[in-house]
Design a protein around this ligand. Sequence first.
Ligand code: UDP
Ligand code: MG
Length: 313
Amino acid sequence: MPKPSISIVAPVFNEVETLQEFYRRVSTTMETTGESWELLLVDDGSTDGSGDLIRNLGEKDHHVNPVIFARNFGHQLAVTAGLDYARGHAVVIMDADLQDPPEVIPDLVAKWKEGYEVVFAIREGREGESWFKLATASLFYRLIYRITDVDIPMDTGDFRLLDRKVVDVLSKMRERHRFLRGMSVWVGFKQTGVKYRRAARFAGETKYPFRKMFKFAWDAVTSFSYLPLQIAMYLGFISAGLSILAIPVVAIMRLTGSQAFLGQATTLIAVLFLGGVQLISLGILGEYIGRLYDEAKGRPLYIVREAPSEEDD
Ligand code: UDP
Ligand code: MG
């Protein structure tokens, strides 16, 4: 089969109610563009029969290429697998829950045709999401923007188009704790954005409970900044500085007969406080070392049970 012009990559985790409609809207949109296309549906260890449905779609329509994982590896790794198997000259990453409307793809493609190599979709508004999700997401984007060294555009998710050049570079970056929206900015190239309204989920519940969101945010922070390590150092400087100031003060007070620092409470508080600071610092250090250890093991990022064969072109 010849290489398609556009590959669409969508990670799927228990989206059986949405898939059919997702496929319908993607194919209608792509048929109107007149481009050749393929749709890579990456089943991230679904337990609700999404895998079978993806296989079915693949049998009925040659545009659909199923990638089936051996278990749940997480959203970012599912997208990574999609990028690895995509063959198009441009690759569009989007969620399978129809929160990223397929009708925006032609806008992304138009920018790509103008010569941009990374076209990200900026959420101008979000529908059907709890205030908690909106607030934490907004905080997350602002925090990441402040503390990382790459200027990750605010309010953009993974919905974006990447030129083949960018995909090839990203496929060589095999880091385990992935934050793709950071990585695809870090690589450089000509970047631009297109605005869209983020729709409500078509069906089902979010697959990103708070626990996963927190882990995702922590991966983003640790893979793009040393700030947590630096904070430990700043805390050290602050408490060392304070004690240098406090030593002469306490000494003079004792010599002049003050009773203020008699007793064990002060000692206890100081010891507990420092103990706490040290344990936190150790924990942060541990997080980075654990990530180093994960990388050192060099396990595959994901394991596929079924994937499109590497066809010639
Ligand atoms: N997803 C996945 N693996 C997971 C969690 C989510 O492949 O472990 C997929 C999910 O099927 C969806 C996309 O990632 O297509 C985004 O997830 P979701 O809609 O739950 O996140 P939200 O939009 O609520 O942030
Ligand atoms: Mg969603």
